[in-house]
Structures are given as C-alpha cells and as structure tokens.
Design a protein around this ligand. Sequence first.
Ligand code: IDP
Ligand code: MG
Length: 151
Amino acid sequence: MERTLVLVKPDGVQRGLVGEITSRLEKRGLKIVAAKFICASDDLAREHYKVHQGKPFYEGLIRYITSGPVMAMVWEGPEAIKLVRQCMGATNPVEAAPGTIRYDLALSMSRNLIHGSDSKDAADFEIGIWFKRDELFSWKRENENCFTGTN
Ligand code: IDP
Ligand code: MG
C-alpha cells in the first residue's frame, strides 16, 4: 500500500475546485488518510519544491504556491503515487490527456491546480514536511474488497 501527498493548489481553492478534485480521487477508489487546509509558509514552499531550486520558474512557483490557502491531503492505495499522477495529467495542461484534471480544468502550466508526489521517496519526504505523524489516520474501509479485491 502506498501513500502520496496531494495539494489542491491556491488556484484550485480560489476556483472552488477542492470538491471536484477530491471527488475524482475518491471515485477512483483512493482512500483519504489526512487533510488540512493551510497557507504554506515561504520556508515550507521552498522545502517542498527544493528540487526545482535554480530553475527559471522557481521564484514564480514559490509565489504561486504561497499566494493563498491550499488543501493538503494524503491519499492511500495500491500504486497510489502512479494513480494520482494519472488522474492529474501532464504538468502542462496543453499536453495532458483528456479526462485528466489538468486537461479538463486547466490551461496553463503556471496554474495547473494540483500537486502529486512523483515517487516513493518524494512522497515520504513531502508527507513528512506537510503532516505530523498523528495527523495521518490509518483506517479500514468496510468495503475494501469492492476496490481492491482483498480484505
Ligand atoms: P508536476 O507538478 O507535474 O510534478 P514539476 O515538474 O514537478 O511538475 O513542476 C512543479 C510545478 O512547477 C508544476 O506543477 C508547475 O506548476 C510549475 N512548473 C513546472 N515547469 C514550469 C514552467 O516551465 N513554467 C512555469 N511553471 C512551471
Ligand atoms: Mg513534481
């Protein structure tokens, strides 16, 4: 079972898309294990996006992600990292596949609505900086078998 960090970025919150985005992940069958509505500090934003430090879009990205509250969540499921990335679509909405969040709801790479961890290492790191251990809930879904065929 994997866990992955998802952020509905400030543009998603401003546009009233928290429910739409969350709903898509729920309907896919992923399980929410943590959520918090939070304004990222400059330090948290820089830590989160430190792999992009020095890139031309980095400072704009920090301004973007700290421009307002985000809905930070942790989602769980088998291959949750890949599943969320697939639901999100490509970084640039112009290249995203139809049916993905970025294709259906966005048009610009600099306002692309959602973040999802891109690897197991990134997920562990990102969950650790956004959430305390006691903010993550392990809970059993009564109908788990309906989603995964395992009990
Ligand atoms: P990802 O969000 O699909 O994982 P990354 O390459 O990790 O994409 O980039 C992080 C975020 O930085 C993107 O979601 C996007 O908002 C922004 N970004 C990436 N590349 C560019 C760019 O070339 N111009 C403007 N913003 C960019
Ligand atoms: Mg990324």
